[in-house]
Design a protein around this ligand. Structure first.
Ligand SMILES: [Zn+2]
Length: 159
């Protein structure tokens, strides 16, 4: 009998090609629902604030990552809309629709009033002009839906 968990330099390896397309729907939770509805209906960005740790999370979360306190809708506050670019990249990869084709620019933006950053698309800027610390502003969709693409992308702020 072959022990499949034994060290096996002699075992053949192989690769499997497959293509998976999956759709899903999930409940965004009380805090997540408020976040997406505020984005869609008011173009407001909400973060959740842990009063015990004095930390504000973006995107908002139900649980503080430091002290594990439960955070609720009453812990939501408006943050941004301006923020600071913490890092960026340009992967040579075309993400699935409805995202734009490669080359795309991604960055992590820490909004004013938040202690965490979140990745999002960057546009209206060349990769060569990006730099850590650049001030950024969101560009909202004209007909936003209740998802993160209510913010189409971030661009350098015109302060
Ligand atoms: Zn906390």
């Amino acid at each position: 009998m072959t022990d499949i968990f034994a060290p096996s330099e002699k075992r053949d390896s192989f690769e499997v090609d497959q293509h998976i397309t999956a759709s899903s729907r999930y409940y965004a939770g009380r805090v997540g629902s408020r976040f997406f509805i505020a984005l869609r209906d008011e173009q407001k960005i909400l973060g959740s604030h842990c009063p015990k740790c004095n930390l504000t999370y973006w995107p908002p979360r139900n649980t503080c990552g430091r002290c594990f306190s439960q955070l609720s809708e009453s812990d939501l506050l408006e943050i941004g809309p301006l923020g600071t670019l913490e890092t960026f990249t340009s992967p040579n990869y075309t993400p699935p629709q409805p995202l734009p084709s490669a080359p795309v620019l991604y960055g992590i933006i820490k909004l004013d009033g938040a202690d965490t950053g979140m990745a999002h698309l960057l546009s209206e800027v060349d990769f060569e002009d990006l730099k850590i610390g650049l001030r950024m502003q969101p560009v909202f969709a004209e007909s936003p839906e209740a998802n993160i693409l209510a913010i189409r992308y971030f661009k350098p702020a015109q302060e």
